[in-house]
Design a protein around this ligand. Structure first.
Ligand code: PLP
Length: 459
């Protein structure tokens, strides 16, 4: 028989997690104002809030931490990180930052000004936050297929070239500092962008004189999908594919908490010296000296090793196969999930799952709260709470999809956990007809409300 995939590692250290009772969880949720971000991790059995910074490091990474060089300037650890980033991306300039949004803050301080327009494929929430904070606009040019969860287009992160060109025609070049390609596209479901699409966006953008930057948190997972789904790519290594992707960009922002396989960190890598010089000034103000940017030497060492490990096929194959395993289990149970299954998470369609909950009462949030009450599993809403209000009208922005994201941390849980998650969701699915009420907001902040919003049960 065909041998199944299995992890290309074994477990050397474990961390205990505890199950709780439904009564405990109901009380904890009330105390948390029905916001899953407010729960203590000890109140969660399986934590699928995010795959960001929640993965397990390898023994090689832990070993590298011991030899971190904590010099303020020019450390060996910076050099190790520089060498790895340069090898994988080809970019000649590197600025470490404390995480991905810090990289956005530094880079956008150089590139984005009031009134600018930044087209891309469903910008990530902090990215959009950093754009809107500067009174600029993020314009979503993702292909329409991305918003039909039954459509199994292999590259649902792709940019629609017509939508992009319409932006290039509508606004003067001076108002479009760059086009941002997010790989994989987090907001549209961990969906990849094809190499062909990246090349086409590059040639269109060249024609209009607009540079391309990558929001590259999950670039290695994107490269895995290119290798396994795109014609002519199967025989290339992940590292070769990554190098080609980045060859089309002027630079990248990175959240190392994803495909860096570390618990904290980020960086900016750049091609242009002038942008690097300007960004260096903002790095010093916001992050720290340019050879550490808010990271300890040991963090940079662990990241250098992690970037290498995350761009190996065997690791990516087991990681993405586990996410697929969970997705397929849910499909088997008849649960509506986004197809194809994304790279880092399974996205459950809450509008189909909970048709009786009114849109204004946040169905995806409601589903997340039900799953927590059922099984102690914490997912996250990718819906109206996340989409926030229109900065001008202050009305709720209703996105096309209302999703519950179950993000799978890297190298952390086993397939027994996946079976448990699927069973928990199935139990909620079996009683979905009886779930008719959602939640109302009692308090929210001015931007990025989903992290701190307070809710109450709808009457
Ligand atoms: C996580 C993420 C960010 C922000 O990175 P942080 O490390 O969380 O600050 C930006 N863009 C994308 C696509 C992400 O997934």
């Amino acid at each position: 028989m065909k041998l199944p995939y299995a992890e290309p590692y074994r477990i050397k250290m474990i961390e205990e997690i505890r199950q709780s009772s439904r009564e405990e969880r109901v009380a904890w949720l009330k105390d948390a104002d029905y916001n899953l971000f407010n729960l203590k991790s000890s109140q969660v059995y399986i934590d699928l809030l995010t795959d960001s910074g929640t993965g397990a490091m390898s023994d090689s990474q832990w070993g590298a931490m011991m030899t971190g060089d904590e010099s303020y300037a020019g450390s060996r650890s910076f050099q190790a990180l520089y060498d790895t980033v340069n090898k994988i991306t080809g970019f000649p300039y590197l600025l470490p930052t404390h995480q991905g949004r810090a990289a956005e803050n530094v880079l956008f301080s150089v590139l984005v000004k009031d009134g600018d327009v930044i087209p891309g494929n469903s910008h990530f929430d902090t990215t959009k936050g950093h754009i809107e904070f500067r009174k600029a606009h993020a314009v979503d040019c993702t292909i329409d297929e991305a918003f039909d969860i039954e459509n199994d287009h292999p590259f649902k992160g792709n940019i629609d070239l017509e939508k992009l060109e319409a932006i290039y025609k509508e606004y003067p070049k001076e108002q479009i500092p760059f086009c941002l390609i997010t790989i994989t596209c987090n907001t549209s479901g961990g969906q990849p962008v094809s190499l062909e699409n990246i090349k086409a966006v590059k040639s269109l953008s060249d024609h209009y004189g607009i540079p391309i930057y990558f929001d590259s948190a999950r670039y290695a997972e994107n490269a895995y999908f290119i290798k396994t789904r795109e014609a002519g790519q199967a025989d290339r290594t992940i590292k070769e594919i990554c190098k080609e992707i980045f060859s089309y960009g002027e630079g990248m922002t990175m959240s190392s908490k994803k495909d860096g396989l570390v618990n904290i960190g980020g960086f900016i890598a750049l091609r242009n010296e002038e942008v690097f010089q300007k960004a260096s000034n903002f790095t010093i103000i916001y992050e720290g000296f340019i050879t550490y940017g808010g990271l300890a030497g040991r963090d940079m060492n662990a990241l250098a090793v992690g970037l290498d490990e995350a761009t190996e096929f065997d690791y990516l194959h087991s990681r993405i196969s586990q996410v697929e395993y969970l997705g397929n289990k849910l499909i088997e149970y008849g649960i509506p999930v986004q197809k194809p299954i994304g790279g880092h998470a399974v996205f459950v369609d809450a509008l189909k799952f909970l048709p009786n909950v009114p849109r204004a009462e946040y169905p995806a949030q409601t589903l997340g709260l039900e799953l927590y009450k059922e099984a102690g599993i914490r997912g996250v809403e990718i819906g109206t709470l996340l989409a926030d209000r229109d900065p001008e009208t202050r009305e709720n922005r209703y996105p096309k999809l209302e999703l519950l994201r179950l993000a799978i941390p890297r190298r952390t849980y086993t397939n027994n956990h996946m079976d448990y998650i699927a069973a928990g969701l199935k139990n909620v699915f079996d009683r979905r007809e009886d779930i008719k009420k959602g939640y109302n907001i009692t308090w929210e902040p001015a931007i990025l409300r989903h992290f701190t919003v307070k809710l109450e049960e709808a009457k």
